[in-house]
Design a binder for this molecule. Structure first.
Ligand SMILES: [Zn+2]
Ligand SMILES: [Zn+2]
Length: 330
């Protein structure tokens, strides 16, 4: 099969992924083999291939927003040819303290799709059957792909931040995940305040109906109940914190931050303000979000790339030049 490979060592300079022919995986117990139809490109993929996250495998196929059809290893729940989605959480041990306490997103022995095991930048991918979600009809292949990480984890961020209907919510750093959170916030009658450095992102937040849109150093005109940061930048977290009312919460939707700058406790965190990180997702988050996405008819803007152009897709995410979410289409 054709696949885009990340090699920890021996890469030609300037080349993140190499397109190669590799053996197709064989189906094994508890798994299904999918024929990949589309795979969304996430900022985490960039953190993996640029070494912000430690390399677990010497050679790896990235990609964890996979839309595929069951090709081998079909089950009653996942019949042959049925369409499923696969996300970042590719498996858990099921018996650690976190799994036993309803927090499988924090599992001690997690499997991460496209990081600890190979992912969807390929014609086929082997995934755990219990981490493949049947996809609702009405969400087409290419547009459902970005929902599978950006959407699900953006949705989880809203609950980590404790958003309740009618609140004022800030979205700091605007990308795929933030744009997918807006329709949900609107359905909850929340006011959305978007702060982002990219002009195209400000336009997109405006067109999605944000109440107020500002530039990187602008402060929202009102105190926020909740804020979610999407940029891999500690400075953005501090800006978000500075916009909160007393008792407000900042949720950080980023697997990697450059660093957290020092900040003044007395003015910024005092008053029972909270900073929380958002780590991974549970299967229930995925099911809940996919149901909401269907109901609200959430349909992201996407830019499609061929598998051969996987490097271009990663660069588009890095340079924020993709119009909407980047998706590799087989
Ligand atoms: Zn566990
Ligand atoms: Zn992701």
């Amino acid at each position: 099969m054709r696949a885009a490979i990340f090699a920890r060592e021996g890469r030609p300079t300037g080349c993140l992924l190499q397109i190669e022919d590799v053996p197709r995986p064989e189906v094994k117990a508890g798994h299904v083999l999918l024929r990949v139809i589309a795979c969304g490109v996430c900022r985490t993929d960039l953190h993996i291939v640029e070494g912000d996250l430690p390399a677990i495998q010497p050679r790896l196929i990235p990609g964890h927003q996979i839309v595929g059809e069951v090709f081998d290893g079909a089950t009653l729940e996942l019949p042959l040819g049925s369409r499923v989605g696969v996300s970042w959480m590719g498996g858990v041990d099921g018996d650690c303290w976190y799994c036993c306490h309803g927090m499988e997103n924090l599992c001690d022995k997690p499997v991460f799709t496209g990081y600890s095991v190979s992912g969807g930048y390929a014609e086929y991918v082997l995934v755990r059957s219990d981490f493949a979600y049947p996809l609702p009809a009405g969400l087409d292949d290419v547009h459902v792909a970005p929902l599978l990480c950006a959407g699900i984890i953006g949705f989880r961020s809203l609950s980590v931040a404790g958003v309740t209907p009618g609140e004022r919510v800030g979205l700091f750093g605007f990308g795929s995940s933030a744009s997918l959170a807006i329709p949900i916030l609107q359905s909850w009658k929340c006011e959305v305040y978007a702060v982002t450095r990219g002009e195209s992102h400000r336009k997109s937040a405006t067109s999605l109906g944000a109440t107020w849109v500002g530039q990187e150093d602008d402060k929202p005109p009102v105190e926020l109940d909740r804020a979610i940061t999407f940029a891999p930048s500690g400075k953005v977290v501090v800006s978000a914190l500075a916009s909160l009312r007393k008792g407000g919460v900042v949720a950080i939707n980023a697997i990697h931050l450059d660093q957290m700058p020092a900040f003044d406790y007395d003015t910024l965190l005092w008053g029972e303000r909270q900073i929380r990180s958002v780590a991974n997702m549970t299967r229930q988050d995925a099911r809940d979000f996919l149901a909401i996405a269907k109901e609200l008819k959430i349909r992201p803007h996407v830019t499609s790339f061929a598998l051969e152009d996987a490097n271009k897709a990663l660069l588009a995410v890095k340079q924020e030049t993709a119009d909407g979410s980047a998706v590799i289409v087989m």
